[in-house]
Design a protein around this ligand. Structure first.
Ligand code: SF4
Length: 180
């Protein structure tokens, strides 16, 4: 079964299910009264927030091989608790597919991603990210595949993936400007 991390990954998961022929289903129930975990002030609070924010429908995943689609992995505080929740609910295998390339560069335009060293793609090599997350496998979308999905990728900012910022360093806010 292909399941999304709601809500931002639903369209990507539907697309993955359509192309792969694997049935689509929804297994995470999101508590909408708990805020975005990745803007919580500490990693331990963010991880605890994930288990408060999501419940798994056990009957949907029990005994199944599950492909969970997430839109991106930034700090990496969400995906491993989600994989653990699926295993606790009886999923036989958990495969993660990420609908974007690895996020290696902080956003300088206002999305709070932390510092470069906070980004999991800079801490864990791609070959080790599945084991680190607790999943049976994990794969990212490539820049080329993302480009084929959205058209000319150069028309959009993709700086958190490739480091090509669309504004000059002096125009970036001091809060978000880091040395590389
Ligand atoms: S695509 Fe650009 S604006 Fe959007 S989060 Fe990444 S760096 Fe920030």
């Amino acid at each position: 079964m292909v399941i999304p991390v709601p809500d931002s990954s639903i369209s990507a998961a539907i697309g993955f299910a359509f192309e792969s022929g694997i049935p689509y289903g929804e297994a995470f129930v999101k508590n909408r009264y708990i805020g975005r975990t990745f803007i919580e002030p500490t990693d331990s609070l963010r991880k605890r927030g994930v288990s408060l924010k999501f419940n798994v429908l056990r009957k949907t995943v029990e005994g199944k091989r599950v492909v969970v689609v997430d839109d991106s992995i930034v700090r990496g505080n969400t995906i491993s608790p989600l994989v653990a929740l699926l295993r606790q609910a009886g999923a036989r295998e958990v495969h993660v597919r990420v609908a974007s390339p690895p996020v290696r560069y902080p956003c300088m335009m206002g999305v709070d991603m932390g510092r470069p060293e906070d980004l999991v793609a800079n801490r864990i090599p791609e070959s080790g990210i599945a084991a680190w997350s607790g999943a049976d496998s994990l794969a990212y979308l490539t820049m080329e595949s993302m480009g084929s999905a959205i058209g000319d990728i150069h028309k959009y900012c993709a700086a958190c993936f490739d480091g090509a910022y669309p504004v000059a360093a002096e125009e970036m806010s001091d809060k978000n400007r880091f040395e590389f």
